[in-house]
Design a protein around this ligand. Sequence first.
Ligand SMILES: *Cc1c(COP(=O)(O)O)cnc(C)c1O
Length: 424
Amino acid sequence: MKTIRERDRELIWHPYTPMKIWPEAIGIVRGEGSSLIDEQGNKYIDTISSWWVNLHGHAHPYIAQKLSQQLLTLEHCIFAGFTHEPAVRLAERLLDILPGEMRKIFYSDNGSTAVEVAIKMALQYWSNKGVSKKRIIALEGAYHGDTFGAMSVSARSLFTESFAKLLFDVDFIPFPGDANAENSILHLKQLLLNDDVAAFIVEPLVQGTAGMRMYNKEVLSEYFLLCKKHNAIIIADEVMTGFGRTGNLFACDAVSISPDIICLSKGLTGGTMPMGLTACAQHIFDAFYDEDILKTLYHGHSYTANPLACTAALASLDLLLTDSCDANRERINKSHTRFLASLQNNKKISAARLLGTILAIELNTGTHTSYHNKQRDFIYRFFIDRGILIRPLGNIIYLMPPYCITGGELNEIYNCINELLEII
Ligand SMILES: *Cc1c(COP(=O)(O)O)cnc(C)c1O
């Protein structure tokens, strides 16, 4: 009999995968806690929460039980003209805990569409008001998704190269790293003076795909303040930072100024079901609340507010909003902090950073920083061979584990990183 891996190889085209260079995918049959188990029975510690989505471990029995009940009650229904308890309950609970003054929830399917909806809300907000503001500002190195609008507001990169000419123009301000914070803020200030800026979109505190690049809350606060002053809509893309990754429940909790729109996905359902959503403040919604049907937000998806996804999100929130989950996140942060301290003065490392449960280590490997390169592939294999799933971003190794990861598992990962640092 053929393995899953062999059958896959004949039929399936994988995401972000140069199929000729990486034809092999590991066949996973089961997940348990923070581990994935393959068809040969090998175990992999999932240090990246399966692409930043998993919060409480794989195949979590509590979420599974809630989902199976919902499956026998209502699996899906059209969300125009109809509604249901899980969607309403989830909106109530999220609006309660989201930062700032969020008042409405718009459901969709994934992070990219949550961003598309945010961009449409922001652009149509101004056109509904009869104001000509069309420019969008983003950060250099930004990543907001793979659909065309989301690509447009993302850094021009390997990911967008083939479509570069078709993307709409966006102004990118410098990333506010190290000595560049003032400069970045100044750039934003200057662009806002034009008065044609519709929106500013940002990954708050951590740029994920750019390599877990971090910047401080004072800068974020300054960005938000400037946007408020110049009447530009603030879109906080919390697709990755949401649901506790940065220490606070949401990254924007670190600042006192409220964004106008927040995008969520990834951890939203605890990593169980695909779902995205865009939350907005009252004034955004009000610009669409009109007898003129041209002012409607004409956007939707077949699976909008899927009851199973909403149920998974509610179950995930039950687990997230507990003292024991807080304690776990605190424990991971402390453990990362100790490991980070042990790496001080290591010549193989050019930079290291930590926020909440996210730890990133930049290897000192000269120029090899692109998404795909030989060293990156070597590092990936090195960890896989030792039963650890780490997906380096170029020369950057990062850990963003599920909150249930044990101290023993963390030590196993740290030891492996130390082993790697010995040989490179
Ligand atoms: C992953 C990600 C997205 C895109 O989400 P998908 O569900 O992969 O489409 C958007 N923004 C940020 C910050 C992300 O990390």
